[in-house]
Design a protein around this ligand. Sequence first.
Ligand code: SF4
Ligand code: SF4
Length: 208
Amino acid sequence: MSRPSPGHRPATTPSGRPRASFPGSGLAKGLAVTLRTMTKKTVTEQYPDVQPELPPRTRGVIGLFEENCTVCMLCARECPDWCIYIDSHKETVPAATPGGRERSRNVLDRFAIDFSLCMYCGICVEVCPFDALFWSPEFEYAETDIRDLTHERDKLREWMWTVPAPPALDEGAEEPKELTAARRSAEKLADRQAAAPDGPAAPREGDA
Ligand code: SF4
Ligand code: SF4
């Protein structure tokens, strides 16, 4: 037998007789509910006339920062939906110094994400070891043709413009090593340009 919830007034007395109610009590209760609801803050959002205020780290769409991608394939391997498509080929880079060794590197031919399959788990963004994938809060990319939900690398790159800037570092926090390396390279390049007798020196490999 189910127990009555607290505050619930049974329709019958303990002896089983119908409980007396005064005429119009139901109407009064209904009006009380209406008044209570009218005075509460509304939660309805008038989308699309009014854009929702989303947290900056909302999982809307994934942007690709292609320059950071080394085609390691980790994101495609870890994606539980197998909806990341990557094609690449190998290229041989000549030795940087005389007598040095040639290097081989992967060159990206295709990078696409099928957002009709993606379940927005964020695993690809988390596992990318080179910070090439980012969440953007953009969500207005519905399509009438499901095939258009496969975003190719150009479109994924465009989403990067909508990725919010990272939050500021805490006071006294160590500078990220990427920033330190970029600053040192820029300083070295500036020194070389200043020392060059005839015009600015071209950047060398390893300055970037
Ligand atoms: S968010 Fe999850 S499902 Fe979507 S592409 Fe990344 S790993 Fe795959
Ligand atoms: S995990 Fe990152 S670096 Fe590796 S293929 Fe995916 S996006 Fe590129």
